[in-house]
Design a protein around this ligand. Structure first.
Ligand SMILES: O=P(O)(O)OP(=O)(O)OP(=O)(O)OC[C@H]1O[C@@H](n2cnc3c(O)ncnc32)[C@H](O)[C@@H]1O
Length: 204
């Protein structure tokens, strides 16, 4: 399927395109089609699902003939249950932690030696069809925060310090393996499954 991606985050858009392509689908930045950047509606502080749905529905108004895809990702740290989560990007911004390297260093510095490092990224994706029907998927990526960044050629950001079930960081894995471990590809697989279940096996 060809999706138009509803995000102003270029790193996220690139990562989603790489993962979708490895799964046989395409993702195009909405800004490349509309030739402008829009201000998305303000996000909720309690629902990643509503945030993803709002982003997809918002761009659907401008591109009603396309399939729109949107993501809302949160960082969940077991040792700091009241932090990040659905407001991750806003928390980084309010701390003036700007850019992927700064986010990585900030998270690594939170931990003392021997402290519980269980953690994951939770991605919720929403696809909006040309008739405005919404399809959603959820994916968890990673199981703990690594002690230092590893990998980073294919994708980056917190993926460099997010160690998965196989002991590798998400950034260290080659693409065919990564799509089975990454929060966003896991969420996309669910979205595609939901579309197929509703529209039948020939839907894409
Ligand atoms: O709402 P849009 O425009 O899509 O973009 P955003 O950056 O606000 O996106 P989110 O609300 O989904 O927030 C995701 C947050 O997680 C951070 N992040 C950093 N590295 C990441 C990674 O590898 N995977 C997922 N999120 C990551 C990212 O910088 C944001 O602070």
């Amino acid at each position: 399927m060809d999706f138009v991606f509803a995000s102003n985050n270029s790193a996220k858009t690139k990562e989603m395109a790489v993962l979708a392509q490895a799964m046989g689908h395409s993702v195009t930045d909405y800004r490349d089609i509309l030739k402008k950047e829009l201000a998305f509606p303000e996000e909720t502080t309690d629902s990643q699902l509503e945030n993803a749905q709002a982003k997809a529905s918002f761009i659907h108004q401008y591109l009603p003939n396309d399939w729109i895809l949107a993501d809302d990702t949160g960082l969940y740290l077991q040792a700091f249950p009241d932090r990040f989560g659905v407001t991750s990007s806003r928390e980084f911004k309010s701390l003036q932690v700007i850019g992927q390297e700064a986010e990585i260093n900030y998270i690594l510095d939170l931990y003392d030696q021997g402290q519980e490092r269980s953690a994951y990224l939770l991605a919720i994706l929403c696809a909006c069809s040309p008739i405005g029907q919404l399809y959603t998927g959820t994916g968890k990526g990673g199981v703990k925060i690594a002690t230092e960044p590893r990998g980073g050629e294919l994708i980056g950001g917190l993926d460099d310090i997010m160690e998965a079930e196989n002991g590798l960081t998400l950034s260290e894995m080659a693409l065919p393996e990564l799509v089975t471990y990454h929060d966003r590809s896991r969420a996309l697989a669910q979205v595609l499954q939901e579309i197929k279940a509703t529209k039948g096996p020939n839907s894409f």
